[in-house]
Design a protein around this ligand. Structure first.
Ligand SMILES: Nc1ncnc2c1ncn2[C@@H]1O[C@H](COP(=O)(O)OP(=O)(O)OP(=O)(O)O)[C@@H](O)[C@H]1O
Length: 686
């Protein structure tokens, strides 16, 4: 038997059972070995009735003093046995199992196991499992696996099949080098597989789990590390030596760059000047000033005679960046770089003209939405691509653009602070720069978490801020997943607000269903101060910059994740005025208020992201789960953070000693890694 063989090669697995296993993603023997239990049942010592704990699964050993009784109730047959010990009674009931009357005999000793419940003063056990003493002996004191199941395939069948396979002694070849196993105290692979399914003890299960969790992280990190091109192969074809234009632009800025901005700019500049192509992630909290770094890099490309492209996720953001760039260039006498804006609002004719302009190298700077920049444009002279990731895993996206033209420098901007552990996983193929400082003279946003009873007071605060010439965002979440309802909700709310604030205050709305042109127009009017209150869905979450806005009210804030709320809040507090963020919730669950309190306590995105990761896991947080990329079977990025660190260290050390894994002691390892990467990359759907 081989691990690649179909599970049909096991005795007793016919076509029907095979199909059911396939539903669980198990087709081969190897996959079955790695189909780990999701939990365990422990078979403890049988207890006396008086010592039984309600709502716990327990066993009782008893001699039957009476035969079971069956009666029909509606369409069901109910079979009952009453057990007594020392004056305590326990009722056992089974549904639709009348044959038990012939199985369980008066005078026989059995062990019954099930969850103890109390109903109307009677303690009872529904549907208990039944053992004879000798059968129970086999499981006594053990942890028995509980597998994720599918209809028609019972836990019993799955465990029996796994047991049968393990008894065949089908062995995996140990692929982890011995020194790594010894250094990180990892148990051997076959022992770990056996013990994760049928542990001898809790301790051996934990050791097995640690090894298998290590493997999950290790392979993932190895795959990412091997995707990262070696510095030697990342030769840059672009010589960017001219730096004084950007120096002048920096001098002319109306503010001083923060130390963090200066440090990161220095890293970017070194990349651009060097012989190695840049492949860098710029991470920073909301409002930390990432945009100016992107513009400086684009200006540096242009002043050296090269093109650059900035891709962003929304049209609103593309236009906003375009306008800021145009005005930055104008104020520095650099309009000759003639930037272009490429979005879904361009007519076919305009697009053709812009593409022609790009192809003829008449424009040095292209700003647009991802899809459009990636479309059929030809970039004869593209030295730099900047993508604004917006918490999405984008290897394939980055690759798609990098292949256009002569492999440009790549800079990735992430607006979501990502905890260090997760950053290793997501962006292991990039160098990372962190903007860990907000521009000075910013007043921290004042937060409050309130229930709907505070609404009047919130409106009062808005009125007051508007009278001072400032502006307000009101965020309405989706009522349901349906986009249609989303729009209706915002529309109704806007009408209410128009009535509430009267004709002197302009209230408008913004949502994802609007035509891009209309959305742009609304955003323009808000940015120019013509609209005072903007009622919006989360379309403003992404990077919108209106420093004059000082109040944000988030309705139904319990429906958002913390990281999302932090992004939203980042839309205020971007100028020099005191800003306020009101998280309103219509929920009486104390858990909600406690979760939102985390935002109240801190304005630090990295801290909030850590907390959110703890609460919700990485999938929900960054929309990664859908990509299948972080679907670990056992590993949990947060709980197993220490194993993650060790796996990361192991990857670094192994590659430092043997970059292409060609040493004989790594032969098994490279085979296992290749197998893993093939499978994983096939699974990814982005
Ligand atoms: N060093 C600085 N001093 C003062 N203001 C700055 C500084 N750097 C940037 N700004 C201003 O801060 C505001 C926010 O900057 P920017 O839009 O680049 O933030 P960001 O990092 O992209 O944040 P987000 O992810 O929230 O969009 C802008 O109005 C920008 O002009």
């Amino acid at each position: 038997m081989k691990t690649e063989d179909s599970i049909r090669s096991l005795k007793g697995i016919g076509e029907k059972t095979e199909k059911l296993f396939n539903k669980l993603g198990v087709s081969t023997l190897g996959q079955l070995l790695h189909y780990y239990p999701r939990d365990y049942d422990s078979y403890g010592e049988p207890v006396l009735i008086r010592n039984m704990k309600i709502n716990q699964k327990q066993s009782i050993s008893a001699v039957l003093t009476k035969n079971p009784e069956s009666k029909r109730l509606q369409a069901k047959t109910i079979t009952t046995v009453i057990l007594t010990d020392g004056g305590n009674r326990l009722a056992l009931t089974w549904f639709n199992m009348p044959f038990l009357r012939n199985t369980l005999k008066k005078g026989g000793r059995y062990i019954f196991r099930g969850t103890i419940r109390e109903k109307r003063g009677v303690i009872q056990m529904d549907q208990p499992e039944i053992f004879t003493d000798s059968v129970y002996e086999d499981v006594r004191g053990r942890l028995m696996p509980i597998y994720a199941r599918t209809g028609g395939l019972s836990n019993k069948t799955i465990s029996k099949t796994v047991r049968a396979l393990l008894d065949e002694k089908l062995l995996e070849t140990e692929y982890l080098p011995e020194d790594i196993r010894i250094r990180f105290q990892l148990s051997e692979i076959n022992y770990s597989i056996e013990q994760i399914h049928f542990p001898d003890s809790l301790k051996s299960m934990e050791a097995a789990r640690r090894r298998l969790v290590f493997d999950e992280f290790f392979f993932f990190l190895m795959m990412i590390a091997r995707m990262k091109e070696s510095k030697d192969s990342r030769k840059s074809n672009w010589k960017l030596n001219e730096v004084w234009t950007t120096e002048k632009v920096i001098e002319n800025l109306p503010y001083q760059l923060t130390n963090a901005q200066l440090r990161v700019w220095n890293e970017i500049e070194c990349d651009l000047k060097g012989h190695v192509r840049m492949s860098r992630l710029i991470q920073g909290d909301v409002g930390s000033g990432k945009t100016i770094l992107a513009f400086l890099a684009m200006i540096m490309a242009a002043s050296n005679g090269f093109q650059s492209a900035l891709m962003v996720p929304t049209e609103v953001l593309a236009r906003q960046h375009y306008e800021s760039l145009v005005s930055l260039l104008e104020s520095n006498g650099l309009s000759e770089y003639s930037p272009v804006l490429l979005t879904g609002s361009n007519t076919a004719k305009e697009k053709r003209r812009i593409y022609a302009q790009i192809a003829a190298d008449e424009t040095k700077m292209i700003i647009g939405t991802h899809a459009l920049i990636q479309e059929k444009a030809e970039y004869p002279n593209l030295a730099l691509v900047i993508t604004d990731e917006q918490h999405r895993f984008g290897v394939s996206q980055r690759e798609a653009l990098s292949v256009k033209g002569e492999l440009p420098h790549v800079m990735v901007m992430s607006a979501t602070p990502i905890p260090r552990t997760l950053a290793i996983m997501l962006y292991g193929d990039l160098d990372i720069s962190v903007l860990d400082e907000l521009p000075a003279k910013r007043l921290p946003v004042k937060n409050c978490v309130v229930d709907t009873g505070y609404r009047r007071a919130a409106y009062q605060l808005m009125r007051q801020e508007v009278s001072r010439g400032h502006q307000v965002y009101i965020i309405c979440p989706m009522v349901e997943e349906s986009e249609g309802l989303d729009a209706a909700n915002v529309t109704d709310y806007t009408k209410q607000m128009q009535q509430e604030f009267g004709a002197d205050i302009v209230v408008e709305m913004l949502h994802g269903q609007m035509k891009p042109k209309i959305k742009d127009a609304i955003m323009q009017r808000f940015a120019s101060g013509e609209i005072q209150i903007l009622v919006s869905t989360t379309v403003v979450e992404v990077g919108v910059n209106v420093p004059n806005a000082t109040v944000m009210l988030v309705e139904n804030s319990e429906r958002f994740g913390l990281a999302g709320l932090h992004q939203l809040r980042g839309r205020v507090g971007r100028g020099r005025y005191q800003s306020f963020c009101i998280f309103m919730h219509g929920d009486t669950n104390p858990e909600t208020a406690r979760r939102l309190e985390i935002l109240n306590k801190s304005n630090d995105g990295f801290y909030i992201a850590e907390e959110d990761l703890k609460l919700r896991g990485p999938g929900d947080l960054f929309g990664i789960r859908q990509s299948g990329l972080m679907d670990f079977k056992l590993a949990d990025i947060f709980q197993d953070a220490s194993v993650l660190k060790e796996a990361n260290q192991a990857v670094i050390d192994i590659l430092a000693a043997d970059e292409d894994l060609s040493l004989p002691e790594h032969r098994e390892l490279i085979t296992a890694i290749d197998r893993y990467s093939d499978r994983k990359l096939k699974e990814i759907t982005i």
